[in-house]
Design a protein around this ligand. Structure first.
Ligand code: FE2
Length: 343
């Protein structure tokens, strides 16, 4: 019988912010068989998503409900680790250029990613991120080694949300509600660690004065690197002043940018420093291995990544990632004519 094991929260609070789900071996094998017969999902993504949905819909109802509940309830955990997922029988070298891999002949990993994503919402691509691709390869890239991006390895990737530039907001409203990571290959030194800090745990550590500052529009967020690098006349694109925390006290939403947060006052700087320290204290840590996927709620919390060693020899760490929205209606102003799911 599958079980939803919930370890204590990172900060020891009563809020349950981390969930772990393990597929039984027979369920893994059956799911793998169904996904192995699937064809390249990149030709007709809606048909491929439907096929993946069909495969995942036959999971035991306890597993299925756990995954669906994770996506739909405000009081659900902010991050969930799914273990014992099927994997591709053969894996080509890790792409060195940021992907996609041209040598991948089977698509079990893509099926796992799209199947899990489809239980949370709709996978979506953004033109400013990986040219709108729906499946992102998260791999080390030599020229990005020292950057605050998913290509980096030499620096700690600070706690952040995955944001999308949009002239109408602070880069979070029209971005992904969820980020799903599926591990195809771990780093051989087992150094790479993903962190998740839930806003509910963070808030529990902070005093009222700090929270008041974080809830005030005293911060400007820089747009993601993928967008900024496309600009010809500047190397930054800061939002209007916005708060870091917003929403009901019981269900806070958090917004921080990987590419730079500019506090506008001395008090805002101090509050943001305190916020970042709190993230480290409460963070859950996961070292992803093949057959494991991490479901990240991109509004309830912030995530980060440790440094790790890259070799650029085809055997480096390899994750695949999707961005997921609960619906596409609210971002219809961004839709690309004739290309569904790309905005
Ligand atoms: Fe991220």
């Amino acid at each position: 019988m599958p079980s939803l094991d919930v370890p204590p929260g990172g900060g020891g609070f009563s809020t349950v912010t981390f969930a772990e789900l393990r597929l039984p071996d027979d369920v893994r094998d059956l799911l793998g068989e169904r996904l192995a017969s699937a064809h390249d999902p990149f030709g007709d993504i809606d048909r491929a998503s439907a096929r993946c949905h069909q495969a995942f819909a036959q999971l035991p109802v306890e597993v299925l409900q756990s995954l669906l509940d994770f996506g739909r309830h405000p009081d659900a955990p902010g991050v969930a680790l799914v273990r014992n997922l099927p994997v591709d029988p053969l894996l080509p070298p890790t792409p060195r250029d940021g992907g996609p891999s041209l040598g991948k002949r089977t698509f079990v990993a893509e099926g796992v990613l799209l199947g899990l994503s489809g239980l949370l919402g709709e996978p979506v691509g953004f033109l400013s991120e990986r040219e709108g691709r729906l499946v992102h390869d998260v791999v080390p890239v030599a020229y990005g080694a020292a950057t605050q991006t998913s290509q980096g390895t030499k620096v700690f990737l600070s706690f952040h949300n995955d944001l999308v530039h949009d002239c109408q907001d602070c880069y979070s409203r029209h971005g992904p509600d969820f980020v799903v990571l599926n591990c195809l290959r771990a780093d051989r030194e087992s150094e790479a660690c993903t962190y998740y800090a839930d806003a509910r745990d963070i808030v529990g550590l902070l005093d009222t004065a700090t929270l008041d500052v974080l809830r005030s529009p005293a911060f400007r967020m820089n747009a993601p690197g993928g967008f900024v690098s496309s600009l010809v006349d500047r190397d930054e694109a800061y939002s209007d002043p916005v708060p870091v925390l917003r929403g009901p006290g019981e269900f806070p939403e958090v917004v921080t940018a990987a590419n730079g947060v500019r506090p506008l006052t001395v008090a805002a700087r101090a509050a943001f420093d305190t916020f970042q320290s709190a993230c480290l204290v409460v963070a859950h840590e996961v070292r992803l291995a093949p057959g494991q996927a991490l479901l990240i709620n991109n509004r309830k919390g912030v995530h980060a990544r440790s440094r790790y060693t890259a070799h650029y020899d085809g055997r480096d760490r390899w994750l695949q990632r999707t961005y997921v929205r609960r619906n596409l209606w609210d971002i219809r102003h961004r839709s690309v004519p004739g290309v569904r799911r790309i905005h």
